[in-house]
Write a protein that binds this ligand. Sequence first.
Ligand SMILES: [Zn+2]
Length: 129
Amino acid sequence: MAFDPAWLETMRQRLLAHRAELQRQLADARSSLSAESQYQEDEGAVATHPADEASDLFSAEVDATWVRALEDELSRVDAALKRMERGTYGICIECGQPIERERLEAIPWAERCIRDQERFEAAQAQRRR
Ligand SMILES: [Zn+2]
């Protein structure tokens, strides 16, 4: 089953728009992250209020997690664009079957069909335990 070119082009435009948005968010998140670590270094010499320090650390941690999540999603979007160039877009990387069209419309960078995604997530959850 091949996807029709017009539909593929729509998905490509969505991926490109999403990539631009992710890159913008990533730049923001990275600059706030480096601003915060700068602030913590400056403060190191002075006596700090424990409460302030804790909240700074907390927000830096949130930013770092946010940056990782954005980078992760960006790499998925890039991979989807690459698969599109190779003509393998929308093919499940596990079973080689076409991914459900509704699933791709919901998540254009999906790389697994629903069944394999569920299996993959279950395996990951197991590994985390
Ligand atoms: Zn599959």
